[in-house]
Design a protein around this ligand. Sequence first.
Ligand code: PGA
Length: 240
Amino acid sequence: MKVIVGTKEEVVRKAAQRYVELLNRKPEAVLGLATGSTPLDLYAELARLCAEGKLSFAKAKSFNLDEYIGLEGTHDQSYRYFMDHNLFEHIDIRPENTHVPSGFVKDDAEAELYDAEIAAAGGVDLQLLGIGNNGHIGFNEPLTPFTSLTHIVKLTESTREANKRFFNSIDEVPTHAVTMGIHTVMLAKSIILMAFGTGKAEIIKATVEGRPTISVPASLLQLHEDVEVYLDHDAASLLS
Ligand code: PGA
C-alpha cells in the first residue's frame, strides 16, 4: 500500500490527478465509485476540473459500490440519489453509463449479475473507497468472506448508528444493503482508499499496519498490488 498524507485539500487534489491521468490515457475507463462524506470533496474537485475542460467523463462508465435495500433511486438517502446530486449532474458522464446496484434485488444470485455487468464493461480500472469505523469497505462488514461477490448484507448496528444522522430516526435506516463483495473490489486494477479525521485514525492503523484479516475488511487491501491510501494528518496520526 502506498500511503499519501497531507492536508485534506492536498490529498484531494492529488487523488483528482489520478482521474485526470487515467481518463486522458483511457477515456473509456471504468470507475468504481463510493458514497459517504469522504468522497464529497473529491467529487467537487472532479466537477471543477470537468467544468474547466481538464477532465472528461464523456466515454467513461461508472459502477458504484453499494445501495440500500428497499430505497428507490428517488429517495434522498439512496446512493443513486447521492451520486446524481453530488457528482453525475456536475460532470459530463452519460447517465446510461452510470451504474448503482439495484436496491430491489431479491437474492444473491440476482445481486451477482452486477459482477457480470462490471466484467462485461471490461472490469474496474480505478476503484474509490471510503472506510467505515469498523473497517468495512462498501458494506462489507467484518468477517465478510474474501471470496464474496456482489451480495445482500445485513447491516451491523454500528453501521446503522453511524448512518442514522442522515435519516429522521434509527428506525428509518434500512436494515440491509447490497454491496460489491471483497472479491469484486479486489478485481479492480487500481484502488484509492481515502480517510479523513481523527475518528478514522485507529482503523487506518489497523488497515495499513495490522495483519490482513477479514475482521478488518480494508486490511485485505494489503493483498492487492496497486492501492493508494490518501489521508489527512488526523487520519494518519496513529501510523508509525
Ligand atoms: P464516511 O463513510 O465517508 O461517511 O465516513 C465511509 C464508509 O462507511 O464507508
